[in-house]
Write a protein that binds this ligand. Structure first.
Ligand SMILES: NC(=O)c1ccc[n+]([C@@H]2O[C@H](COP(=O)([O-])OP(=O)(O)OC[C@H]3O[C@@H](n4cnc5c(N)ncnc54)[C@H](OP(=O)(O)O)[C@@H]3O)[C@@H](O)[C@H]2O)c1
Length: 335
């Protein structure tokens, strides 16, 4: 089988290799991968900027992938040969609250990921794909989709009639917009590009703010909400701007913190004074992935895929994501 490994040196160090197809042991399922999707996190991993330590040596990268079970080991009841499946981001986080050791089972960083024609998974880390979703669509769910789901629909306190602010048009934000819109929320969306804003409108955003033209975008959001502020912000800006997100939020509202940076000293005071519910989000559990997949199928929410690259062009897919010109998700197809 063909696979990619990281050999150091950034995207150029992503090298194709050949290996024998592994056989599943007890509790494992062998999956023939059909599609993978990239997240900004995959760029951080390849550039050695992710997590507490260095990634595993000669790592097989990429967390998010979907495929077909070809063989199962003994003691596997969860899936069978022929099932279409998607892998959960942290293989050991099934449900309930997070635990630190779940990070040790994060695909494509702590353990080998999915950029390989065949992958052995713990069968308990797999979720069946609803018929309504293609392999490519399902492959976009585990990181970006689940993060948006966790932020807005898992103990998030969202109520009908509330307003959600999404920032930019990357993977997490487009999912957050689609899900919030499907739930009947009013969505205000920002982007650096008027063209992307029009696409966000088509997906359900009712008000749009170009943050390039309005560097004080939080003021525009306040204008759009009669000075009150939004109820929820899904904060994904890795360069900072948390202070602006908080200013754009109503007193007692929630900021779901998906990306973090060194922020201004004003932030703690603002959080306290405005009684902001500042809530850390780190992807999510298998239970959240199951719920998201079910809701996408039930509500006909189609994950937005910008471009699909063939397996041989995986490095090009990384470069395209890094350019930031994408809208929604970037997918890699397997032969
Ligand atoms: N905590 C977690 O579990 C978790 C999970 C997933 C992702 N993340 C993090 O969340 C962030 C977003 O992830 P992603 O996969 O959605 O990334 P992505 O697809 O690379 O999204 C990047 C988009 O963010 C927008 N953006 C960049 N700078 C901005 C700014 N100053 N203000 C507003 N928008 C800005 C841009 O949208 P426009 O082109 O429209 O301007 C850009 O296209 C990353 O930092 C990622 O590491 C965290």
């Amino acid at each position: 089988m063909k696979l990619y490994r990281l050999t150091g040196g950034g995207i150029d160090g992503l090298v194709p290799e050949q290996a024998d197809v592994p056989r599943p042991g007890p509790g494992q399922a062998l999956v023939r991968m059909r599609a993978a999707s990239l997240n900004y996190r995959d760029i951080m991993v390849i550039e050695g900027r992710y997590g507490r330590g260095k990634a595993k040596e000669r790592l097989v990268p990429v967390s998010d992938g979907a495929g077909e079970v070809v063989e199962t080991g003994s003691d596997v009841r969860r899936v069978k040969a022929g099932d279409r499946v998607v892998a959960s981001f942290m293989q050991n986080w099934r449900d309930g609250p997070p635990r630190d050791d779940y990070n040790d089972s994060a695909l494509g960083a702590s353990i080998d990921g999915v950029l390989s024609e065949f992958v052995l998974f713990d069968a308990e880390g797999l979720v069946k794909i609803p018929d309504a979703l293609s392999f490519e669509e399902a492959a976009t769910l585990p990181c970006a989709g689940v993060t948006a789901w966790h932020a807005l629909f898992h103990d998030a306190g969202l109520r009908l009639g509330q307003t959600v602010l999404t920032l930019g048009s990357g993977g997490v934000s487009v999912f957050a917009l689609q899900l919030a819109h499907a739930a009947g929320m009013r969505v205000i969306a920002t982007s650096s590009s008027d063209e992307k804003l029009e696409r966000l409108r088509e997906l359900g955003a009712s008000e749009l703010v170009n943050y390039r033209q309005r560097p004080d975008w939080e003021r525009r959001v306040l204008e759009l909400t009669d000075g009150r502020g939004v109820d929820h912000v899904v904060h994904v800006i890795r360069s900072g701007d948390l202070e602006r997100s908080i200013q754009a939020t109503r007193f007692g509202g929630a900021v779901h913190l998906v990306a973090s940076a060194v922020e201004s000293e004003a932030v703690p005071g603002l959080v306290t004074r405005r009684l902001i519910n500042l809530r850390g989000i780190h992807v999510g559990s298998r239970e959240m992935l199951e719920a998201l997949a079910r809701v996408c199928a039930q509500r006909n929410i189609r994950p937005v895929i910008d471009r699909v690259f063939p397996f041989e062009d995986a490095r090009e897919a990384y470069r395209f994501l890094k350019s930031g010109s994408h809208f929604g998700k970037v997918v890699i197809d397997f032969p």
